[in-house]
Design a protein around this ligand. Sequence first.
Ligand code: BES
Ligand code: ZN
Ligand code: ZN
Length: 500
Amino acid sequence: MPVPTLPALALATSVPSNTDVLVVGCAALRGAETLVGLPSDLTKAYAKAFGSPLTLALELGASTTAGTTALLPTVAGGPRVLVVGLGNVDVTPEQVRRSVGSALRAVTGLSGRELRVAVSLDAVEPEIVQAAAEGALLGSYTYGKVTSTPKPAVVSSITVLAASVRGPAAEAIEVARVVAAAVCTAREWVNVPANLLYPESFAAEAKAYFRDVRVGVDVRDDKQLDKEGFGGILAVGGGSARKPRLVRVDYAPRGAKLQLVLVGKGITFDSGGLNLKPADGMYTMKCDMAGAAAVLSATKAIAQLGLKVKVVTYAALAENMPSDAAYRPSDVLTMYGGTTVENANSDAEGRLVMADAIARANADAPDLVIDVATLTGACMVALGVRTAGLFASDDETADRILDAAEVAGESFWQLPIPDEARAELDSAVADRRSSGKSRMGGALVAAAFLQSFVAGETPWAHLDIAGPAFNSEAAFHYVPAGGTGFAVRTIVTLAQSLQG
Ligand code: BES
Ligand code: ZN
Ligand code: ZN
């Protein structure tokens, strides 16, 4: 079911004649408000009909403020022109992504169907072309109704204008297409409700998703997991009639030196298990597989772009439900590799499925392990809903991720794993407890738990995306309501930097 269809994306040097909506910018150049990207023939046509197009746009509500939009009346049979604010500071790629995202969301609110959109911002640098294309594709995504009468998408095609349709701009468009498709697939997986996406069906979706790229996909079912001793995944998934799965994807291009291992939390629904969540906290818990969605779709993008880095990706899939077969608080579990864990709280399930997968990943001899998980409410308390927590084995690894995130336009903040967080995991009845006794610093304790399963000196980073993975409020710039696809762009950008 997922893998949403995106608008067709093209590059051109002038506005295609069949354009329905033309997006142009409004920026402050040397302190003066200016229209950016309005072609000269349209500028003349507006001047003839209305006087200065800038004055007209400002009268209709256009401004340099990032994301504001104003629609101009059409002239001379031309397209509808949508003016979007590009911000008052330097126009960075992320600012372009956001503003174009806002513009495309405004377009999806216009009357009409299957609109052909062109984006004209006088883009010269390939980074700006890529950002405009990404913002446009990401901003036009919405999750439709589950219905037998689906409607066609509002935006059918997006043409980004640039000085040339060859060379770096063409490559930038290709990257944007692949990356945006991956982000939107992650969003779609998150948005599909948990009765329709559960471990078995998610694993089947993943298999189908990778059919057209050269990767190996291996799915362990519950029997296989049992044979190999994946005690964490089995315990968490045990309470559900829908049995757990572990998906492993292997991308091994020729000429690659480094091996990246990705691990994603794939709890298709987190009810809390026997430590049942209250109703309000449970409602959005179909999003608890966002880490798995992110690592799977990022892996596809990496393979489609043919990046020269080996990637092994694990998606640990289980549904956390209360039942007579559910694991209990105080149960002692034997994890993959033999470590025993006292289950402190059945709602701390993510770290158990992740620890099993991380322990298995050690056998892949990784140069870097990155795990991605909607792991703790505590991380949201610390950093809010638009910034993810970053934990790492060392500052060099943390900086690599922060650098990639900066380029990708995603917000992370490094948090520590202090010794006292590790000490919280001491157990009287097992090698470790799954969480501390206090709620304080819960994100740090969870990170300490995961780190204890990473072999020796292996560089490791943990991305706690509990906040930014799911937008419970209204859409903003290129981020829709619901699943956001957070972390996909950072992972792909990081993989680009690891090539060679
Ligand atoms: N899936 C939740 C974390 C979460 C909360 C993600 C809100 C997205 C939005 C996780 O499994 C959880 O319930 N964590 C507990 C851990 C506690 C029981 C130690 C938490 O954060 O409260
Ligand atoms: Zn939980
Ligand atoms: Zn969870």
